[in-house]
Design a protein around this ligand. Structure first.
Ligand SMILES: Nc1ncnc2c1ncn2[C@@H]1O[C@H](COP(=O)(O)OP(=O)(O)O)[C@@H](O)[C@H]1O
Ligand SMILES: [Mg+2]
Length: 362
């Protein structure tokens, strides 16, 4: 029987859910390899096993090791994102070198955790994505680039962020600005909060952008999103083995829809009805196209936006670790982990070598 290893944070729901799904599907109980041990070099996946690389997130010590820092970050602090990504790339390279078969290719994970690279890859593959403003390195340059482009509304995202960390929805009118974000300021430092707030002075917004900028920014045109009732929505779609299987509508009274920010799951049937069968099929084809950019990777999660009127869609981002959708089932009654276990059991293996950005793990 195939041996499975999960590289993850032991005890985390992702690891527990996948383990339970694998066992329920009839696979061998996966061995859990803690990220901490992988990062200290104390452990590596045995050759010949199938390895699922899970999120290193939500563990202060793992975060410290990834960043190569002496001290753990203060709880929720947005710090060292570029160093963390460099550490992740190094760890992925090590994971790839041991003779195990990886269910998610290191180059894919590295790209998916880099919003600028991922956006460029998707755009080149013909996936509809918001237009981007490259080369922004600070607030003054951002405003200048916006003026040149004729844009008044943008999304500013840390290049290596996730879970809305450091994301700003910025609307401008001359020197008047409104930035909507979950960022909380404390002294000169930035923290994630669970509350979305608005900053309305240029001094504050510039301070936030300039603090985030050294670690890399990805700036996109702010696309208006379609709504249901009094909320705007987007759809998180999990694509397993190339097929869109699970979808959740995320409905928000603010432009940032991430569910941990107090936003609600919305009515998928209502969204699908609003889009119509042809539009929905086109949107799912887009999600397949996103996944096809990562052929060596078992699952990819797509944040899919519909424009008002529901006739057009665009991809806000693709995620390497976006498959935690508790209670959401596919048409076969499987959750996202059961669906993955099922295709592994049925023989799915990565198309190694087909990865488009093999060169990006350095
Ligand atoms: N260009 C955009 N226009 C409008 N809304 C956006 C845009 N980009 C992102 N969003 C919204 O902001 C949220 C967070 O952005 P996302 O790119 O998914 O980053 P994160 O990795 O932090 O989740 C998304 O859920 C989406 O609804
Ligand atoms: Mg997202």
């Amino acid at each position: 029987m195939v041996e499975l290893t999960v590289v993850g944070n032991p005890g985390h729901r992702r690891v527990r859910f996948f383990t339970a799904a694998a066992v329920a599907a009839g696979l061998a109980t996966p061995t859990v390899l803690p990220w901490r041990d992988v990062l200290t070099g104390a452990a590596a996946p045995p050759a010949g096993t199938l390895v699922r690389i899970d999120s290193p997130g939500e563990d202060a010590e793992v975060d410290r090791l990834l960043r190569g820092a002496h001290e753990p970050a203060r709880h929720g602090e947005i710090v060292g994102l570029a160093a963390g990504h460099a550490g992740l790339r190094r760890a992925l390279t090590r994971l790839a070198s041991g003779g195990a078969t990886l269910l998610n290719q290191p180059a894919d994970v590295a790209t998916l955790c880099d919003k600028r690279r991922c956006h460029a890859l998707l755009a080149a593959a013909g996936v509809p994505v918001p237009a981007a403003l490259p080369g922004v390195t600070g607030y003054a340059g951002l405003r200048a680039a916006m003026r040149r482009a004729g844009w008044t509304r943008v999304f500013v995202k840390p290049a290596h962020g996730s879970s809305a960390s450091g994301v700003l929805a910025l609307a401008t009118h001359g020197s008047r600005v409104v930035a909507t974000t979950s960022v909380e300021r404390d002294g000169g430092r930035l923290f994630n909060s669970l509350r979305v707030r608005r900053y309305t002075t240029e001094t504050e917004v510039a301070a936030i952008v300039d603090r985030l900028a050294p670690d890399g920014l990805h700036v996109e045109r702010w696309l208006p999103k379609a709504g249901l009732a009094d909320r705007v929505v987007d759809v998180r779609v999990v694509v397993v083995a190339g097929r869109p299987t699970h979808a959740v509508v995320r409905a928000a009274r603010v432009p940032i829809t991430n569910l941990h920010l107090g936003n609600a799951r919305g009515d998928l049937a209502a969204a699908r009805a609003a889009v119509g069968p042809t539009g929905w099929a086109a949107a799912m084809a887009t999600c397949e196209r996103v996944a096809a950019c990562f052929p060596g990777t078992l699952h990819v999660a797509v944040d899919l936006m519909f424009l008002p009127g529901w006739t057009r869609h665009a991809v806000a981002e693709a995620n390497a670790f976006g498959d935690l959708l508790p209670g959401v089932l596919d048409e076969d009654g499987r959750d996202s982990y059961a669906a993955q276990a099922h295709v592994i059991l049925a023989g799915w293996r990565p198309a190694v070598g087909a990865t488009r950005e093999a060169a990006c793990v350095t």
